[in-house]
Write a protein that binds this ligand. Structure first.
Ligand code: ZN
Length: 170
């Protein structure tokens, strides 16, 4: 498995293996084992939604234990991605350019469009569509004056189930 496989899965399903928006965290943990807690501001009240992680795949989980957001940051030198057979992490280099990702999306048969609301000089994003969930790839432009968009580096892949209406109560 390499980062292109991971990003292909992300474009197709909005996630990595069983870690997808709309899936239950309990189903995922029966495959991958228990996640690590990853709340930025852990508090005693354990307010929801909460953040968990498997390696570098971060999950925002609803009170009903449904996965709402799946996020992978790709600006680091290496990332750890959970694999389903071994329940082990696979370490890989996540560096990807806009040109690379366009190729990945074309091979995956995924259509995409620029996210007009996320375009600033040093950053832009694309949305994969049509998708059941919002799947957004955000790129960082190192030098907006000099850089061509194709050289922009992938900063993160995030998918979101924004349509979830929770019935578990507050
Ligand atoms: Zn819910």
């Amino acid at each position: 498995m390499n980062i292109n496989d991971v990003l292909t899965g992300f474009a197709r399903t909005g996630g990595v293996g069983v870690l997808r928006p709309g899936e239950s965290l309990d189903d995922a943990s029966s495959v991958l084992g228990e996640p690590e807690e990853a709340d930025y501001f852990p508090d005693k009240k354990q307010s929801w939604p909460r953040t968990f992680r498997y390696g570098d795949i971060r999950l925002e989980v609803c009170r009903c234990r449904r996965i709402k957001v799946v996020a992978l940051s790709t600006w680091t030198e290496s990332v750890e991605i959970p694999t389903e057979d071994a329940r082990a992490m696979e370490t890989m280099a996540p560096t990807t350019t806009f040109a690379d990702l366009k190729q990945v999306l074309a091979l995956a048969g995924a259509r995409w469009e620029l996210d007009e609301f996320r375009a600033v000089t040093s950053q832009f994003a694309i949305l994969v569509e049509p998708a059941i969930f919002t799947v957004r790839f955000t790129f960082h432009v190192p030098d907006p004056d000099a850089a061509h968009q194709k050289d922009a580096s992938l900063h993160s892949a995030i998918s979101k189930d924004s349509g979830h209406v929770c019935v578990s109560g507050a």
